[in-house]
Write a protein that binds this ligand. Structure first.
Ligand SMILES: [Zn+2]
Length: 364
């Protein structure tokens, strides 16, 4: 008896410290309550490891303040384009669309963030279903998966892209992201799907999981693909720097990497040529999963270089593993068999050919 208790204690302690894996779901359920759960919301940690006690399927049980992670308006979702509703919201409007802004790159071992200063004054208006509210950009970050064929968080008609970039805007009524995320209408997030641009030899990947469904209302064949060359450049330069620095300081995996990048990037260098979108009401895709996000999913993707994709995939996580080991995408929450209902609107007609022009012109 003593032996068994000793065994149990050692196994459970190991589980507590490392996010132990459990063989059966029932076994796991019992143990997570005591050993992965913390009452202190500030100290709670999450993981993208599917079988970990802190993995995406169990976020709602890790700490009391994350209970909404299993609620009904969660993101990401699968957008079934043929059942989306046309609503003439008109185009999104931006100030300083072509101006490059200063950012601070922050990597803590999860998703790397390009944090934009509030004083950048990059404002988005005409946000669907939010009236005259103004939104200010605060953050740009990419998501990727364990496999190249499934890297985006959202899906269109069940198809994923290698990456998805989120541009996070906060309602100008609020001072900080933390304040805005708890308020209704507090956040608007633009999601951009990202393809990988093959190298000059024109090598075509046969690992593409996404498909362009010609007959669906997605109509992606009309998209003129934008090469996000500036974004690719920043990803390669700075993500490689993080990789090097973290590798050189093996005992400091928890250390936050930061770098100030002046005149880093403009909205025009991230968003596709065609700004038509799908939109729905959803949540943050990380804990604490507040359901305060007006999601704006761009119909057309952009593309980054393979080198940029690799630089992201190789970034070290908290344990020093490459990010691609577990990925940084939350599984679909709605628009799938178990949870089919998502009310998604679109601001374009299915047969429209879209806007294919570049709106920024280089000076001089
Ligand atoms: Zn995100």
């Amino acid at each position: 008896m003593e032996f068994c208790i000793a065994c149990l204690i050692s196994v459970l302690l190991a589980g507590y410290s490392t996010g132990q894996l459990y063989k059966s779901r029932d076994e796991f359920k019992v143990k997570i309550i005591d050993y992965c759960r913390t009452e202190n919301c500030e100290k709670a940690q999450y993981s993208y490891h599917r079988n970990s006690c802190r993995g995406p399927n169990f976020w709602s049980r890790v700490t009391p303040c994350w209970g909404r992670c299993s609620s009904f308006r969660q993101s990401p979702v699968n957008i079934i384009t043929d059942v989306t509703r046309y609503v003439p919201h008109g185009p999104l409007q931006f100030s300083k669309f072509c101006d490059r802004v200063d950012v601070q790159l922050i990597h803590r071992g999860f998703v790397p963030h390009f944090r934009v200063d509030r004083d950048s004054k990059i404002v988005m208006c005409n946000v669907p279903n939010q009236g005259k509210q103004k939104y200010i950009i605060r953050d740009v970050h990419p998501h990727l998966g364990r496999r190249e064929t499934r890297g985006s968080e959202h899906a269109f008609d069940g198809s994923f892209y290698p990456m998805e970039i989120h541009l996070v805007f906060i309602n100008s009524r609020y001072r900080t992201f933390r304040e805005a995320m708890t308020r209704s209408g507090g956040l608007a997030v633009i999601g951009v799907m990202v393809e990988i641009e093959e190298n000059k030899k024109g090598r075509r990947s046969n690992r593409r999981g996404y498909t362009h469904q010609k007959n669906s209302c997605r109509n992606v064949a009309n998209c003129r693909l934008k090469s996000a060359t500036r974004l690719s450049h920043l990803m390669v330069k700075y993500f490689k720097k993080i990789d090097k620095e973290k590798t050189n300081s093996k005992n400091e995996m928890n250390k936050t990497f930061t770098a100030d990048i002046g005149q880093a990037i403009s909205l025009n260098e991230i968003l596709p040529y065609d700004l038509s979108y799908y939109t729905y009401h959803g949540s943050l895709t990380t804990p604490p999963c507040y359901e305060t996000v007006q999601w704006i999913m761009m119909r057309c993707p952009i593309k980054v270089t393979r080198e940029a994709y690799k630089a992201l995939a190789n970034l070290p996580d908290l344990q020093g593993h490459p990010l691609s080991k577990y990925g940084t995408r939350r599984p679909l929450q709605r628009g799938i068999t178990d949870h089919p209902t998502v009310d998604v609107q679109r601001n374009f007609l299915c047969k429209s050919s879209g806007n294919r022009r570049d709106v920024c012109y280089r000076r001089g």
